[in-house]
Design a protein around this ligand. Structure first.
Ligand code: ZN
Length: 149
């Protein structure tokens, strides 16, 4: 996974108008209040990404004016292809967010896919689509690096 487009934790919480979640002393992990917190966070993030995708499409339609100058046209094509790549990443991210929202509905959110332990509120606030705990994620990254040589 590239690290360039990791969401910034404060950015996401601020985007959703949320404060970092403070669980009570004997609060159960992923109770109703917690899952609601993450549902709001994921939806705010998804909506922002959707708006960005829409904005680009509109922008590209407006800008698709015919530039008579081939140099201008080439520059515009390059700009478009860069934007399209960014949008493609965002669309994939939107899909992942929707998958995560579905897991919340199915009561299957917040636990590591590999070892089953709690991923943790702080980690999920920084990266709500995380499906591995920090240890398993670190191991997966090390293995990936080794495979790449
Ligand atoms: Zn794990």
């Amino acid at each position: 996974m590239p690290t360039g487009n990791e969401p910034k934790s404060l950015g996401l919480l601020a985007l959703a108008g949320l404060q970092p979640y403070q669980p009570g002393a004997d609060e159960e992990y992923m109770n109703e209040a917690q899952t609601e917190h993450f549902r709001l966070l994921l939806k705010a993030w998804r909506n922002q990404l959707r708006e960005e995708v829409d904005r680009t499409v509109t922008h590209m339609k407006d800008e698709a004016a015919n530039f008579p100058d081939p140099v201008d046209r080439a520059a515009q094509e390059e700009e478009f292809s860069l934007e399209l790549r960014t949008r493609d990443r965002e669309r994939k991210l939107i899909k992942k967010i929707e998958k995560t929202l579905k897991r919340i509905e199915e009561d299957d959110f917040g636990f590591c896919d590999q070892c089953g332990i709690e991923i943790g509120i702080r980690r999920l606030e920084a990266r709500p689509t995380a499906d591995l705990c920090i240890d398993c994620k670190t191991m997966a990254e090390i293995k990936e690096k080794q495979l790449q040589g």
